[in-house]
Design a protein around this ligand. Structure first.
Ligand SMILES: [Zn+2]
Length: 267
């Protein structure tokens, strides 16, 4: 079984809807030509997908199947109802991603990789796909370890992977909900406006709102920020050392970014 059977159609559908929405009702104006950014971001996605396949040909579903057959993982030690195992697996995988994201900001060499994502001069749905291939590989190992440790069921892994991908497209979309809706939705979810605060140029704002889907991890672990100092319209997005130029948007530049120039630390 290949997770891409499920993930690819959901990905294409969510991507199309989000791209249409942000083309129709953009929240902010991009400082750089869309196609230059899209080309770089989408080519980076391709390199990440290839790197993931090279390192982990079996995909995370294969990892879950292997753990299941071998009887490895915490859930195999206890007699817990199936639905509890499913819910707890998805919840703990999401929690792991929250902490993975915090680690990527905290540890300098991981920040070098993750900074490629933050160096986008604008945030739109393709930013949700812009991750350095090495970040993809590190993330695969972390997710794979959590799956094996828990003995997470295959279905939970499929749901989690599809949801993570869809939420990443969703919360990077360049749209703005009316403030009242946004505040209500933010009780449970990371909205576009909340996630843009995470893409602010100011470290005290970048190091908040780490969640990809639900907002309760940020509330629980004290990293939630409901308002930036600037308004959503005027928020300085990206990284100051990477101004919006065609060169900084090219896939070669993105691939080389962790290994070149001085890197700002966000602690
Ligand atoms: Zn981040």
């Amino acid at each position: 079984m290949d997770a891409n059977f499920v993930r690819l159609p959901v990905f294409l559908a969510v991507f199309a809807i989000m791209a249409l929405l942000e083309a129709w009702l953009p929240a902010r104006q991009a400082p750089l030509n869309r196609w230059l950014r899209w080309r770089g971001n989408l080519l980076l996605l391709v390199t990440g997908a290839l790197a993931g396949r090279l390192v982990l040909p079996a995909t995370l579903i294969g990892v879950a199947l292997w753990a299941q057959d071998a009887g490895i993982g915490l859930f195999h030690l206890f007699d817990v109802p199936g639905w509890v195992v499913m819910a707890v697996s998805i919840l703990l995988l999401d929690l792991a991603i929250y902490w993975q994201h915090r680690l990527f900001h905290r540890i300098p060499w991981l920040w070098r990789l993750h900074q490629v994502h933050h160096a986008d001069s604008h945030v739109d749905t393709t930013t949700g796909l812009r991750f350095h291939p090495f970040e993809i590989v590190v993330s695969l190992f972390i997710k794979g370890s959590v799956i094996v440790l828990l003995g997470a069921p295959v279905l939970a892994v499929v749901i989690f992977e599809v949801a993570l991908n869809a939420f990443s497209l969703f919360n990077h979309t360049n749209i703005r909900l009316p403030q009242k809706w946004d505040d209500r939705l933010a009780y449970l979810f990371i909205t576009q406006r909340l996630h843009r605060i995470h893409h602010s140029q100011y470290a005290r704002e970048t190091n908040t709102n780490f969640g990809f889907s639900v907002s309760w991890w940020d509330r629980l672990f004290n990293s939630y920020r409901s308002r930036a100092q600037q308004t959503d319209e005027t928020l300085d997005i990206g990284q100051r050392e990477y101004p919006p130029t065609a060169d900084n948007a090219s896939v070669f530049r993105l691939l080389a970014m962790p290994f070149t120039r001085a890197h700002a630390k966000h602690r």
